[in-house]
Design a protein around this ligand. Structure first.
Ligand code: TYD
Ligand code: MG
Length: 453
């Protein structure tokens, strides 16, 4: 008699399959990421069994570009690539309590007010809780259909009967299928539930938004495969203590990735921030040492952010390096380049680096602004308050031009800045009425800004 297929153990972070449970995944090194999984089916069919031929087509017989339904929330529509694509599957991830449910209730209401049939299914909150939130957000008049359920079979039956244009499932971790024998939130349940919902979206022409919780390491809890299954992955992020929230497209089959939408969490829900630069710079007054303004690009939009540094003598054997909003590896590299190429040591000094307003900066173009903030803090010399900086620092100490120089300068000029420090050979266009100070390398920058260094 054939043995029933054994249960397997799958890593929820990287998807590696193990024969038995282990505390640490050998494939990705993650701790406590292994979860038990029931076999998907009763075993493979005999190899001789033939499948059916699939229907084939060619590239030319595609329909026109998908029509998009804008929600009227401009920040959301931009991140979606211009509006909601029918029958698409979207995953929205974020830390618990960051505001995902608030955002999606507001989005569902916005879509519903444009005449789209919208359904909001909550598996986490009771109907009364969602209704109370809707009352607080002033959304009670929006024609959103509300359901509270976690059984996916019932949800799919309901969706099939109602056929909304958009269904929000809050959250994918609470959904369970009775065909999969493990607890809700487990790898197999999340994967199976996401698969059912995505397949349903494609087959029935219903756009689905899946809400997902993010683990401490910043991954959407559950297997990575969920991210591969959907068309669009959005992250809702922000610092707890700050009111700014950023919706970031990390994957989008229907639009540019890396696009961001900026919101502000208020007592009345999320408000859109249409001019983020002004917001991130709003509390700058007198010129202060340790502060540099970086002219960055987020998606298709230029955004100015303030980089702040503090450098102080350390009492520790290994000085502190504390970073918020920038990759700490990047800081180490810049410190090493300053030390090796410009002979400016940071040994024995604690370094604190922070991006103001809870923004995250991942562009290498921020290097020059980071170096400027560090030097300004170390030398106690303020950078001119009307200056923006950008440019990538290479390991040799050379400054490398970055993309979209003109757009960065234009935004800076619009916000009242009048000079810019940037790499030599940048394509500045007309310079946008700015005093452009081009520098070939970090040594030249140090010389020009801080005397001999
Ligand atoms: P929520 O949308 O429930 O977060 P998530 O679904 O990501 O877990 O948001 C919870 C937080 O948002 C909570 O701490 C309170 C805050 N909040 C406001 O500040 N203003 C509001 O109008 C609402 C609805 C929530
Ligand atoms: Mg929630």
């Amino acid at each position: 008699m054939a043995k029933p297929p054994a249960h397997t153990f799958t890593c929820s972070a990287c998807g590696a399959v193990h024969k038995k449970w282990v505390g640490r995944c050998d494939a990705c090194g993650g701790w406590n990421t292994i979860a038990e999984e029931a076999p998907l089916s009763a075993g493979p069919k005999a190899l001789g069994a033939k499948g059916r031929a699939i229907p084939l087509t060619d590239l030319a017989t595609q329909e026109a570009a998908p029509p998009r339904a804008p929600s009227g929330m401009e920040e959301l529509d931009r991140v979606l690539g211009g509006g909601l694509v029918p029958a698409s599957a979207i995953l929205v991830g974020g830390d618990p309590g960051i505001g995902k449910s608030t955002l999606l209730l507001q989005a569902a209401a916005s879509f519903a007010r444009t005449g789209l049939k919208c359904m909001y299914i909550s598996g986490e909150e009771a109907a009364a809780q969602v209704q109370m939130r809707a009352a607080r957000l002033g959304l009670t008049d929006a024609p959103v259909i509300l359901g509270t359920e976690t059984n996916l079979r019932d949800i799919l039956t309901t969706l099939d009967a109602e056929r909304p244009a958009l269904a929000v499932i809050d959250s994918i971790q609470t959904m369970w299928l009775d065909t999969v024998d493990s607890a809700p939130g487990s790898v197999s349940q999340v994967r199976a539930a996401a698969h059912e919902l995505v397949t349903f979206a494609k087959r029935r022409g219903v756009a689905v938004v899946l809400v997902g919780h993010v683990t401490k390491e910043g991954q959407i809890a559950g297997p990575r495969v969920v991210e591969h299954m959907v068309d669009t992955v959005l992250y809702f992020e922000g610092e707890r203590g700050h009111q700014f929230r950023i919706l970031r497209a990390v994957k989008n089959r229907f639009g540019p990735a890396d696009e961001i939408g900026v919101f502000e969490m208020t007592g009345m829900g999320l408000a859109q921030v249409t001019n983020p630069s002004a917001l991130f710079l709003s509390d700058r007054d007198a010129p202060a040492p340790g502060s540099a303004v970086f002219a960055g690009i987020e998606g298709t939009r230029p955004v100015l952010t303030e980089i702040q540094a503090l450098v102080a003598p350390s009492t520790l054997g290994t000085p502190r390096r504390t970073v918020v909003g920038i990759d700490s590896g990047r800081l180490s590299t810049i410190l090493a380049v300053l030390e090796a190429r410009c002979a400016i040591p940071f040994a024995g000094l604690d370094v604190f680096l922070n991006v103001a307003g809870g923004m995250r900066v991942s562009e290498p173009a921020a290097d020059l602004a980071v170096a400027a903030a560090l030097l300004s803090a170390r030398e106690d010399v303020a950078i001119p308050p009307d200056m923006v900086l950008f440019g990538e620092i290479s390991l040799s100490g050379a400054l490398r031009p970055v993309t979209q120089t003109e757009n960065r300068l234009k935004e800076a000029s619009k916000l009242g800045f009048s000079q810019a420090a940037l790499p030599a050979r940048s394509k500045t266009g007309g310079g946008e009425g700015m005093r452009v100070r081009e520098m070939a390398d970090l040594t030249a920058f140090v010389g020009e800004m801080f005397g001999a260094g």
